[in-house]
Design a protein around this ligand. Structure first.
Ligand SMILES: Nc1nc2c(c(=O)[nH]1)N[C@H]1C(S)=C(S)[C@@H](COP(=O)(O)OP(=O)(O)OC[C@H]3O[C@@H](n4cnc5c(=O)[nH]c(N)nc54)[C@H](O)[C@@H]3O)O[C@H]1N2
Ligand SMILES: Nc1nc2c(c(=O)[nH]1)N[C@H]1C(S)=C(S)[C@@H](COP(=O)(O)OP(=O)(O)OC[C@H]3O[C@@H](n4cnc5c(=O)[nH]c(N)nc54)[C@H](O)[C@@H]3O)O[C@H]1N2
Ligand code: SF4
Ligand SMILES: [Mo]
Length: 825
């Protein structure tokens, strides 16, 4: 921490890169990678590098606002938190504890998460707290608990570099965990014997380092890995000593996998592809299988996870250097949420409802007689119950469910039905805050302070870098205030986040003296304020404060967290996804991520740099499918099914399998017209984990034949919902809208001219230039050119680029007339 550089952790993915930031007098942040951080050793990806672009205050939620009053009434914190306490208490009194719920997020810090879990499970007496991690990691949690008796990620990043074969299943590591991907690429360059196999229906950028890409049919991973288990058995490649000494359930598991039929047909792979992959796995000593949402987000997600773990157990490829199954986490603190236990079906700190001793331990520790003793509603169930009127008060923190949960219409209906909806967010206008009775302004990255845990169980500090705007407060503080006002003064009397962390660390050691549980932070229980403030990254279990970088892998003693300390094989069989294509909806919709955007774009949508990689919602489609459905590259197409519709620009590519479509999850009704995949996705879930099937939706598609197009650059966001198609891109001096319309050029010109007066009536003059079929006009306000519009029958990409640069560079010049004159000359 020299020269004003402050160490913190990236706001985005589960790689958990160390960042150094230096606030400038202007309020901007300089950003660089932290060379001493064991996750990234100084490297950052595009999103990490652009963190400084996103600390601007555009659209921030600045004060608590009561929206039950027309147009919203600003409240002070005391009134706002008293209202939440009163409404939740009233609901509990009248309808019982299970009538209230929290829906939280892997973007909370561990301290926030801990306090929220403590309040609802410990003092409101219900386990109706679930997290967006249900949409993300739940199947892995089930898989781990079934196999290991605990939610343990056994490997560390170092294992990737030491491995000889990396199997990447349902993960676009190159875009979603870019620094880990870079580390892997370097490791492969340094060790030419290292092999990489990618298993994904799509050919992604991750395949750029792969020796083999297995483009399996969507949803067929269990069949692939059951086939592998059989191959290992048939070719004498099992580790029989390991199976015999450290596991249970092998015979039954093998038997069931032997009944797996037609693996080539189910997976769509050739016998040669299968055999090559199976031989490679069998012959290689050190294998890591990385997996992510192509595995988890499936109606057989938990089984996919166990089919992978089964193969690692059968060959003893676990607990050893360079070996193991590796579920990479998505959000910066997905792991922290699992640790504190803020999921509906876990109690706290890796303790479980099924164990009476755990319940007693938590009850004593929290000094409460109100502890919930049974699991609560999982995310999809929670919103179902809400739609049925069973939830009377809900508090949503750091997640945007109207965009990210399946069947958006149903989520909206649920929120409308719920009598009291509180949303804590940093951003004022999200699709979810639009349904809130009360919006609470939360501190965001760079303002908040606490800890996060990355994919390799490494706990790092996020530090405060900048003052928070308006009245924004940390989530743990807001929840604590409500806890105190509900009458639990003592239990929520925290003065700062360090106190919360210490208490959480203490909880991890209760009843854990003999190492009964994997999560043990004894080495952090005595951290004083200075120690917390200076805390360096710590990889759990933390038996003693780590003063140097450690790389620990769990299960190296082959002792698991089951009663008999043996790992469990889970017998499974391939099951088809819950919905199927048919004549009406013959295409399969897959959804996922883009390199430079993050989820619902509330953050990355603020950076012009990040917007450049992908400027518009797109749909990837195979050339033959495009021809069959009569759509062309660059055309806007409509994708639809009985539930909803979606628009995006067509990108024809051989990287897709035939009859499959891929769309990004980022655009939504704030940033585009009808470009939200969850409008189409049904809430089918995995029976064990409750995780939704986001990657397998039957749909169909048709091209849109619009008559006119426009570019609209504007200093301020616009409301264009009356138009057929629009999407928004952040540019340096404002926003760029791409528009397509079924109106004629003339008609669209008239409509868009009306929009010029949108900016608070500050218009000084409107100038129009028409050249040939091109209509061009601008709205001039006081000091600058606030809007620039070009309308034609079609817009070319070069024209857009030119318009952006015109808009950015001419922004400060008052003489727009000269500009327009020049352009039409
Ligand atoms: N740039 C960026 N990075 C992110 C995020 C972001 O929003 N943007 N979000 C973070 C979060 S929260 C998460 S959870 C992670 C997600 O990280 P990933 O899981 O890597 O991302 P996705 O794009 O959702 O899906 C991964 C792949 O699964 C494939 N897939 C679909 N169906 C199947 C199948 O049946 N089998 C197999 N084997 N593969 C299939 C898809 O084609 C896709 O390429 O990313 C994290 N990192
Ligand atoms: N179709 C489809 N849907 C998906 C997925 C998919 O692959 N396909 N993936 C799923 C997965 S894995 C995930 S993780 C989810 C992500 O989905 P969401 O969690 O809904 O997405 P975000 O945009 O990250 O929402 C975070 C919100 O919290 C706010 N926020 C940020 N920091 C803070 C903070 O410190 N405090 C508070 N109170 N608010 C904060 C942000 O402004 C934003 O509004 O999407 C899921 N939905
Ligand atoms: S890899 Fe993930 S944690 Fe690292 S800089 Fe990129 S987004 Fe941030
Ligand atoms: Mo996620």
């Amino acid at each position: 921490m020299t020269d004003g550089w402050i160490k913190t952790t990236c706001a985005y993915c589960g790689v958990g890169c160390g960042v150094e930031a230096r606030p400038k007098l202007s309020g901007e942040l300089e950003i660089r990678g932290d060379k001493s951080h064991p996750a990234n050793f100084g490297k950052l990806c595009t999103k990490g590098i652009a963190l400084g672009d996103t600390v601007i205050h555009d659209g921030r939620s600045l004060e608590p606002v009561d929206y039950s009053i027309e147009n919203g009434k600003p409240l002070d914190w005391d009134t706002a938190t008293s209202q939440v306490a009163r409404k939740f208490s009233e609901a509990i009194e009248k309808y019982g504890s299970d009538s209230v719920a929290f829906y939280v997020s892997g973007q909370l810090l561990t301290e926030d998460y801990y306090v929220a879990n403590k309040l609802i499970k410990g003092f409101m007496g219900t386990s109706n707290i679930d997290s967006n991690s249900r949409l993300c990691m739940a199947s892995s949690v089930v898989g781990h608990k079934r196999a290991f008796g605990s939610d343990t990620v056994p490997v560390c990043y170092d294992d990737l570099e030491q491995s000889e074969l990396i199997v990447i299943v349902g993960s676009n590591l190159a875009w979603c965990h870019p620094v880990l991907f870079q580390r892997l690429r370097t490791a492969k360059q340094n060790n030419t014997a290292m092999k990489i196999v990618v298993v994904d229906p799509r050919k992604t950028d991750t395949c750029s380092i792969a020796d083999e890409h297995l483009a399996i049919n969507s949803g067929s991973d269990v069949s692939l890995f059951n086939g592998l288990l059989n191959h290992l058995n048939n070719h004498g490649c099992l580790d029989e000593v390991f199976i015999e000494s450290h596991t249970n359930g092998f015979a039954r598991t093998l038997e069931l996998s032997q009944s797996e039929e037609g693996i080539d047909r189910v997976t769509g792979l050739t016998t040669e592809q299968l055999t090559n992959f199976y031989q490679l796995f069998a012959e290689t000593e050190k294998v890591v299988t990385i997996y992510s949402q192509g595995v988890n987000q499936s109606s057989s997600g938990s089984d996919k996870v166990n089919s992978i773990i089964n193969c690692h157990l059968a060959t003893g490829k676990i607990g050893k250097v360079g070996c193991g199954p590796f579920s990479v986490t998505g959000q910066p603190n997905a792991m922290g949420g699992r640790e504190v236990g803020a999921l509906a079906n876990t109690l706290a700190a890796h303790m479980e409802f099924e164990n009476p001793e755990h319940i007693a331990t938590v009850e004593n520790f929290w000094k409460t007689d109100k502890l919930a003793t049974k699991p609560g509603l999982k995310a999809v169930e929670m919103f179902d119950a809400m739609a049925e009127g069973k939830i009377k008060a809900v508090w949503i923190m750091a997640t945007n469910p109207v965009v990210s949960l399946p069947n958006s219409e149903k989520i909206k209906a649920a929120l409308k039905t719920c009598p009291y909806v509180v949303v804590s967010d940093c951003i004022e206008d999200t699709e979810t805050t639009r349904f809130a009775d009360l919006v609470l302004p939360a501190q965001g990255w760079s303002e908040k302070s606490g800890t996060v845990t990355n994919s390799e169980r490494r706990i790092s500090r996020q530090r405060r870098l900048l003052p928070s705007p308006g009245m924004a407060k940390p989530d743990w503080w807001i929840v604590s205030q409500v806890g105190q006002k509900m009458g639990f003064k003592e239990a929520f009397n925290y003065r700062h986040e360090g106190e919360v962390f210490r208490e959480y660390a203490q909880l991890t050691i209760q009843g854990n003296r003999e190492g009964q549980r994997d999560l043990d932070l004894i080495g952090l229980t005595h951290l004083d304020d200075k120690g917390y403030s200076r805390l360096e990254p710590q990889q759990w279990p933390v038996k003693a404060l780590q003063t140097e970088i450690v790389n620990q892998r769990l299960f190296s003693n082959y002792q698991f967290f089951t009663d008999d300390k043996r790992a469990r094989f889970i017998p499974i069989q391939h099951a088809s996804p819950k919905s199927h294509t048919n004549d009406e909806f013959p295409l399969l919709l897959n959804s996922g991520r883009t390199r430079d955007h993050w989820h619902t774009m509330t953050r990355t949508g603020l950076s012009a740099r990040l917007a450049e990689h992908r400027t518009e919602p797109y749909v990837l489609i195979h050339p033959e499918t495009a021809a069959e459905f009569d759509v062309e590259n660059g055309q806007v197409a409509k994708i639809y099914n009985a539930q909803g519709e979606f628009q995006a620009r067509v990108e024809v590519t051989k990287n897709m399998l035939q009859k499959q479509l891929f769309v990004p999850i980022h655009w939504n009704n704030i940033t585009a017209k009808n470009s939200k995949p969850c409008d189409l996705i049904a809430p089918h879930t995995d029976d064990f984990s409750g995780q939704p099937e986001f990657k397998h939706t039957p749909v169909t598609l048709k091209g849109c034949h619009y008559h006119s197009a426009a570019i609209f650059a504007s200093e301020l966001p616009m409301n264009l919902n009356d138009l057929d198609y629009w999407c928004r891109q952040k540019i340096e001096k404002g926003y760029l809208y791409r528009i397509e319309s079924s109106l004629s050029v003339y008609e669209l010109t008239q409509v868009l001219k009306q929009k010029l007066h949108g900016s608070e009536g500050r218009t000084l003059s409107v100038e129009t230039g028409i050249t040939g079929s091109q209509h061009r006009f601008a709205n001039v306000i006081q000091q600058g050119l606030s809007q620039l519009v070009i309308i034609q029958t079609g817009i070319e990409e070069w024209q857009i680029e030119e318009a952006i640069s015109d808009f950015n560079s001419l922004f400060d010049i008052t003489a727009e007339l000269a500009f327009l004159g020049q352009r039409s000359a």
